[in-house]
Design a protein around this ligand. Structure first.
Ligand code: SAM
Length: 238
């Protein structure tokens, strides 16, 4: 039975592609790409030649049905995005849902994604967390943040370099200037950097150093009552 494969691709360092991802890209009949130029570059690097078709947020509603039928008719398809795992702040969900609804098999390979290394690198609890992706750019942004004001799990956000300072200012407003956070940028790339501190400290850093590259912001959850008590007890000991 043919399948839809979701294949994660590197978020910077090309060596991060898995052996199985290469094997799948080599074996499928067709590759769907968010941007065929970006994927052609990766395929050339891997020495793979395959038919490529575009599948992006502007055409996915129109093409999901067609590709699901193509798989049902016996052709294996791989879906890739420009970087990381398809479906994670990238096209993928609609095609997967259509395939699932139509009884077409779906297999997602594990592999690169920006949120996991940023989370683990933050030093905040990663046993439970919530991934918020990109906040809405304008309408509903503060409402969405206010909904998270009481969140006790570690929170992960994607943000662009153009909005990172504004985003940290809004975090100071909603979570408080002394909430710990960790900003990872350019993960797996030459200028990879993680800046940790309170919201106020990290804000100062990015006001002084022009934000460049791709960013993941990891915010510590609101301290639970038990944790607050432990902090107070420790303070009392001094
Ligand atoms: N599908 C991707 C994934 O699995 O992480 C996410 C794609 S989303 C369109 C792009 C966003 O992911 C960037 O704006 C940034 O927030 C984050 N991102 C992607 N690559 C990154 C990297 N190398 N370093 C830091 N953040 C990255």
């Amino acid at each position: 039975m043919a399948k839809l494969y979701l294949v994660p691709t590197p978020i910077g360092n090309l060596d991060d592609i898995t052996l199985r991802a290469v094997e799948v890209l080599r074996s499928v009949d067709l590759i769907l790409a968010e941007d065929t130029r970006t994927t052609s570059f990766l395929l050339r690097h891997l020495g793979i030649e395959k038919p490529l078709k575009s599948h992006h947020k502007f055409n996915e509603h129109a093409t999901a049905q067609l590709f699901s039928e193509t798989i049902a008719a016996g052709r294996d398809i791989a879906l890739v995005s420009d970087a990381g795992t398809p479906g994670i702040s990238d096209p993928g969900f609609l095609l997967v849902r259509t395939c699932v609804e139509q009884g077409v098999e779906v297999e997602t390979l594990p592999g690169p994604t920006a949120l996991i290394p940023a989370l683990v690198n933050s030093g905040f609890p990663c046993d439970r967390f919530c991934f918020e992706g990109f906040l809405p750019q304008k309408k509903g942004r503060m409402k969405q943040l206010q909904r998270l004001a009481e969140e006790e799990r570690t929170m992960i956000f994607y943000e662009s370099p153009y909005r990172i300072v504004k985003c940290l200012e809004q975090f100071a407003e909603v979570f408080g200037a002394d909430r710990p956070l960790s900003v990872s940028r350019e993960l797996t790339k030459k200028f990879e950097e993680t800046v940790r501190g309170t919201v106020a400290e990290v804000l100062d850093h990015f006001r002084a150093h022009e934000p460049k590259g791709e960013f993941v912001v990891v915010v510590a959850g609101k301290p639970t009552k038990k944790k607050k008590q432990e902090i107070n007890d420790e303070d009392g000991e001094d």
